[in-house]
Design a protein around this ligand. Sequence first.
Ligand code: PPE
Length: 296
Amino acid sequence: MDGTLVPYDQANVHILTHSLHYGLSVFEGMRCYQTDDGRSAIFRAIEHIRRLFDSAHIVEMTIPFSQEEILKACVDVVRVNRLAECYIRPIAFYGEGEMGLSARGNAVRVAVAAWPWGAYLGDDAAEQGVRLKTSSFVRFHHNSIPPHAKASGPYINSILAGYEARRHGYDEALLLDVNGYVAEGSGENFFIVRDGEVRTPPVTSCLPGITRASVIRILRDAGIGISEQLFPRDAVYIADEAFMTGTAAEVTPVRELDDRVIGDGKPGPITLKVMEVFRAALRGRDPRYRSWLYYV
Ligand code: PPE
């Protein structure tokens, strides 16, 4: 926290922490995996730290550390906690001092936390696939909240969508953009497959997911057609396969949207292929993707 290792119960902030009131903080989520040779590695750590700095740049926040220093802090937190596998959460936020929307003088504070985190969308999600509901909450327009910034406040939109979907018995929400095209899940990017071709929405109303980028690369390397393209929700109803991607969610098959079964309701061949290659990549089993691993 702010450059030093702090025990869990001392990692606290003041109630007048500016970002707590107005939601202006930027953060990342990364996973660290134990690879096949026993060493632990953070998946695409450099890309995540770069996105943290991109997010800060978009919201005009100056992080008082270098990218290398944040990366080192992430490694240190995993090491001192002796975590073989974990989720890592760097966050940069405005501390206490001045209140009010126009305050600019508050110190930017930075923390990195890590904890064990299992399957994000349920233990059987990877095998059974998840059930989605189109959300009544619309993903914000990119001129309201910039989608390339992974900032805290905008997650109100995701949380409301997630509450609604789960309250009605679904596993996750699918949010549409302001024009009614599919955007993304509350915390995942979204892909569909039809006739062997894969489509995912362009990054106009969704986060430029690092898992999304990894899956696009995996698909291209496998010679499978992938395009970034807008599509409406009924394209999902008639898709052969659908899946979601994210650091927490990894690659999760989708079996239903709005009570319509997608394909035969089981993870399809392209989804299974992507899941298999992705898993091999993060365990260090695929030499093509070894550069994605940052060993701790
Ligand atoms: N869209 C959103 C809105 C999002 O929050 C995430 C990550 C993604 C797409 C996928 O991005 P990436 O992780 O770079 O592939 N969601 C994080 C938050 C999870 C949480 O509940 O907290 C995550 O997966 O870490």
